[in-house]
Write a protein that binds this ligand. Structure first.
Ligand SMILES: Cc1cc2nc3c(=O)[nH]c(=O)nc-3n(C[C@H](O)[C@H](O)[C@H](O)COP(=O)(O)OP(=O)(O)OC[C@H]3O[C@@H](n4cnc5c(N)ncnc54)[C@H](O)[C@@H]3O)c2cc1C
Length: 497
């Protein structure tokens, strides 16, 4: 279970009443929550195994209020955690027992849609799906579509560099935003990026994207919008063998086809989704692929023929092309509801997120099954196959002693497997508190030191979201993941356990 190490904890002696009194000068009384019954709803994000009741929650409504809150906390040395919709799956918005949780929930307005520039200027608390809904009358949409898009905020998407089904073809959040307004820990308001294609200077937009609330608080985002395609069509392919489904993914991309989405579900996930939303999935299949193709009418027809041919060469057992938009929506509904559907299979599940080179998919899926037997915990796989972004859902029951710990250990082995085959410990859910130990496996200490230097350049006192995403060298030593070169132990002064 994650704990903020003493070296990561930011101690301070500020009494809560004193801070409340200072904040009341800039916020309304209702915008400051401190009674347990008010703060409890903020105790965790989507990774509910990790909880901590926040010391204080604030809900500012204006940029000036955000600046004032951060300035006050900076002056007093009080740490701050930003929070969007709290759907994160790595504990990034986990509050601190001696810090302020800054909710962006009231920043929920779409400020401008510019159909000519194909951009939208939005506040960070706007839901991802709301942007596409508001852009639809202009024939436009926002491409990155996390499965949580009905709930997650665009500010959280930027902070996590979120992905989704459409990211294989259209890129992650980082590729679909143009400009940010952010407030640094000392209250300074910065504009980052540009309304044009390129911006001078270092690419701070990319640096801020995926920075997990550790460098600055995002208060406005200009996103890029795309024209809705003339036609989108989805092909569902069923396989008797998971490995063959994995091979088909590689073959489709190798043939030069970039689907708008290429997703895979294994049998436990298929059954769960079918029982939940009746998507008309073949429940006997070992795996299904959902392959969406979009473009002009002619392009889509041509690509469907190519994809069908490739699937047949890979030994597909059944192919269905959605007959109309309704069936297409139903196929996707099953995939998008797969996480909550799996939640009905067992009292708890632990959603992992790692990325591997696509060609290693068959062997990695096989290894995950072996690990599942080793740990005695079932797994359902639902994932962005085209991106090589895995989401094994480890099923466990927290009421059974030791199962949570076993699930965590199993999850850790999956992440290390991802690194071993040349992949990464996160595809889209971020590091947060969940994968902080595996950061020590992914990166050498020189790289971690560079990350700390970047953090210090934005937030020298380390007050924004401490204890998340980038481990201290102490933590890596404790985790036993400090590299030893030629028998020489680096940082011998660090305590090892
Ligand atoms: C069922 C389900 C399905 C999901 N599917 C996907 C998926 O397909 N793809 C995907 O990428 N993710 C997915 N997620 C994970 C999650 O929805 C994303 O990470 C999302 O971007 C989090 O947004 P949020 O508003 O909930 O952020 P939160 O959980 O509130 O916060 C996430 C992180 O962002 C920081 N943050 C939030 N707002 C700001 C801000 N304004 N300024 C600075 N930092 C900020 C927080 O400090 C925290 O570190 C899924 C989650 C669930 C529950």
């Amino acid at each position: 279970m994650f704990q903020v190490l003493s070296s990561e904890r930011i101690p301070h002696e500020v009494p809560r009443e004193f801070l409340i009194e200072r904040l009341q000068r800039v916020l309304t009384r209702e915008a400051i929550l401190y009674e347990t019954e008010d703060t409890r709803p903020y105790e965790c994000d989507g990774l509910s195994a990790y909880r901590s009741t926040p010391w204080l929650v604030v809900l500012p409504e204006t940029v000036e209020q955000v600046r004032a809150v951060l300035r006050t906390c900076h002056e007093l040395g009080v740490p701050v955690v930003a929070r969007g919709a709290g759907t994160g799956l790595s504990g990034g918005a986990l509050p601190l027992d001696n810090g302020v949780l800054l909710s962006l929930a009231k920043f929920n307005r779409i400020l401008e849609i510019d159909p000519l520039a194909r951009t939208a200027r939005v506040q960070p608390g706007v839901r991802n799906l709301a942007i596409s809904e508001a852009s639809a009358p202009h024939g436009l949409y926002y491409a990155p579509d996390p499965s949580s898009q009905i709930a997650c905020s665009i500010g959280g998407n930027v902070a996590e560099n979120s992905g989704g089904v459409h990211c294989l073809k259209y890129g992650l959040t980082v590729h679909n935003i143009a400009q940010l307004k952010v407030v640094t820990m000392d209250g300074e308001l910065l504009t980052i990026g540009a309304s044009g294609l390129d911006a001078p200077g270092y690419d701070l937009l990319a640096l801020l994207t995926g920075s997990e609330g550790m460098l600055a608080v995002i208060v406005e985002i200009t996103v890029k919008l795309l024209a809705q395609p003339e036609r989108a069509q989805v092909v569902m392919a069923a396989f008797d063998d998971v490995v063959r489904a994995g091979e088909a993914v590689g073959r489709i991309i190798a043939a030069g086809i970039i689907p708008a989405g290429l997703e895979m579900m294994d049998n436990p996930a298929i059954r769960a989704a079918e029982a939940f939303v009746h998507a008309d999935y073949p429940v006997e299949a070992a795996a299904i692929l959902l392959c969406e193709l979009d473009g002009t009418n002619e392009e889509v027809s041509e690509q469907i023929m190519q994809v069908r041919r490739l699937l047949e060469e890979c030994g597909v057992s059944e192919i269905r092309t959605a007959r109309d938009d309704e069936e297409r929506a139903r196929f996707w509904q099953g995939r998008k509801a797969a996480f909550p559907a799996v939640g009905r299979l067992s009292p708890d599940y632990y959603c992992m997120d790692g990325t591997i080179p696509r060609k290693r998919l068959p062997e990695v899926l096989k290894r995950i099954n072996e690990l599942s037997e080793e740990y005695g915990l079932a797994v359902a796989n639902v994932f962005h196959a085209g991106d090589g972004n895995l989401h094994p859902l480890i099923l466990y029951d927290a009421n059974h002693e030791g199962e949570l710990e076993r699930a965590e250990a199993f999850g850790g082995r999956i992440l290390e497997l991802c690194v071993a085959v040349g992949g990464t410990i996160t595809g889209e859910h971020g590091v947060g508190v969940e994968k902080i130990n595996q950061m020590c496996v992914q990166f050498a200490e020189g790289q971690l030191e560079q990350f700390h230097a970047i953090k210090a350049a934005f937030d020298p006192r380390g007050l924004l979201n401490p204890g998340k995403a980038v481990p201290t060298l102490h933590r890596c030593a404790e985790f036993g993941a400090m590299h030893v070169h030629h028998g020489e132990l680096s940082h011998p002064e660090l305590e090892r356990f």
